[in-house]
Structures are given as C-alpha cells and as structure tokens.
Design a protein around this ligand. Structure first.
Ligand code: ARG
Length: 263
C-alpha cells in the first residue's frame, strides 16, 4: 500500500487534477483538495541564511520556520523540502506563482503590496526593523548621513531605509549573510534588517550591537499561491495547533533562548 501512494500522487499531479469535482485530488496522503507542486513533498521556498528562522548547518536547513512548517508537512502526510532562492523572488510572488514552491516560509512580513500577489497565512511572529553597527558607531539613521547603510534586497528593511535614509548611501545586498559580512568587515557603516536575526547575530559578534529598533510593527506570515485555499487552511491549522499544543513555545525557546514575550 505504501508503495502505491507515491505513484498515485505523481499521476494525480501530472494530470493536473484540480480541487473541483468529486474525484480525489490529493497528493500522497494530503487532505483532499490540497495540490502540491511536487508529489509527496511540501516544497518550501526560503532565502538563506536567515538565522534563526532558516539557515544551513551540517548540510541541513534548520530553524524556527522549518520546525513550524514541519508541522504542516506532517499534517499533509508528506515531508518538507526546502528550496533556497533569492528573497526578492519570494516576496514578489514570482516563485509561488511560477510553481517553484507550495509555500514561502522566510521570516516574511505581511504587507499590502505582497498580499496582492499571493496569500498570507495568519500571522505567526512579531518583528520590527533594527539597526546593527560596530560598537561605538551610529545609533540612528540620521547619523549615517554621508555614510553607508546596508540592506537586504526586496525586504521591508529596504523600504524603511529608502523612506528614512535621506542623505545616506544605501547599499544593496542579495541576502542577509552578505549584508552582515559587509557590516563585519566595515564595508558598510551599519546594516538594517529584522530585529530577530540581528539580535541573533550579535550574540556571537561581540564587537557589534543592535543600537536601535524602529517599531515598524511587522508580522510574519507564510506565503501561499492565490487560489490554493485548501493548503492555506492546513498552514493556518498547523500554526494554530502549534500554539495550542505548546510546540510553538518549545520552538521559540529552542531558537531564541527565551519564551515569547520574555525580554
Ligand atoms: N521580514 C523582512 C521582509 O519581509 C525580511 C525577510 C527576509 N527573509 C529572508 N529569509 N531572507 O521583508
């Protein structure tokens, strides 16, 4: 029986059997109506590195988002397969709409513009923009006039820097790792990104500090292609169940070293 399932799933995907009509349209043991781009897998797009939400260690992609979406995969009866791809293609909706992935789990902020291009799950994490500098450097954006501020391409940090960085030289980086490397080597005077990843980074970069949070009031959501409501429902259920079962708190402590809401 177990051997038959993947073949069946492939056939279903190949014929593009939709969610309408009475015929079973599931993939693997996924609930009826859930269409997956690759049979037997929940294919997740993310932009690495984004520690502790998603990053590579020992040849595996691990992190908070990975743990959370493993619950969704489990509910679908499949395994999660992670695809690393530039964040800009994730946030624009291109990756979801071209069928590269089923979901996008990338510490991604829910925004009105993004909502026009794909759907978001219920919010699962609070975030805000923050500034990281070498200790003794600037403590706010205005002090960076005539200096260099690094940001990650396609992010809400980019948007914030462009709105508030008058007279500041803004430097674009494809991913967080490249941006932080530039901060570390002094190629830029400061970097802007989400608080969670920056606080994580300064933990083992003692010469650097997060000197400012901008209170942008962001919330992360999981992206799903518009129209895949059956999958969106499973994702929302996974998030809700993680919260009620205590898994969410467990993951939070595992990846952030404290409970949600704790200082
Ligand atoms: N939260 C920010 C945004 O949505 C940054 C996300 C970057 N994520 C990543 N995996 N690189 O724009």
């Amino acid at each position: 029986m177990a051997a038959i399932l993947p073949a069946l799933a492939l056939a279903v995907t190949a014929t593009g059997c939709g969610s309408k009509g009475g015929a079973p349209s599931n993939t693997g043991s996924a609930p009826a109506g859930v269409q997956l781009v690759n049979a037997g897998k929940l294919t997740t797009c993310t932009g690495l590195p984004y520690k502790p939400f998603e990053y590579e260690e020992g040849g595996k992609v691990i992190g908070f988002d990975v743990d959370l979406m493993d619950i969704a995969a489990k509910k679908l009866g499949v395994t999660q397969d992670i695809v690393d791809t530039p964040f800009d293609g994730i946030q624009s909706g291109v990756d979801l709409n071209s069928g590269k992935c089923d979901i996008a789990a990338a510490g991604m902020t829910i925004t009105d513009v993004r909502k026009q291009n794909f759907d978001f799950s219920d919010p699962y994490f609070d975030a805000t923009q923050a500034l990281v500098v070498k200790k003794g450097g600037a403590t706010d954006i205005p002090q960076l006039k005539g200096k260099k501020l690094g940001y990650q391409n396609g992010t809400t940090g980019q948007e914030y820097a462009q709105k508030n960085g008058d007279g500041v030289e803004l430097v674009n980086f494809e991913d967080l790792g490249l941006m932080l490397n530039a901060v570390e080597t002094g190629q830029v005077d400061a970097g802007i990104n989400d608080n969670g990843v920056l606080y994580d980074w300064v933990k083992d970069h003692g010469d650097f500090a997060v000197v400012k949070e901008f209170d942008t009031g962001e919330k992360y959501g999981i992206g799903v292609k518009k129209g895949n409501d059956a999958l969106l429902k499973v994702i929302n259920e996974a998030i809700a169940e993680a919260k009620s079962s205590g898994d969410y708190e467990k993951f939070y402590v595992k990846w952030f070293g404290k409970k949600p809401g704790e200082k």
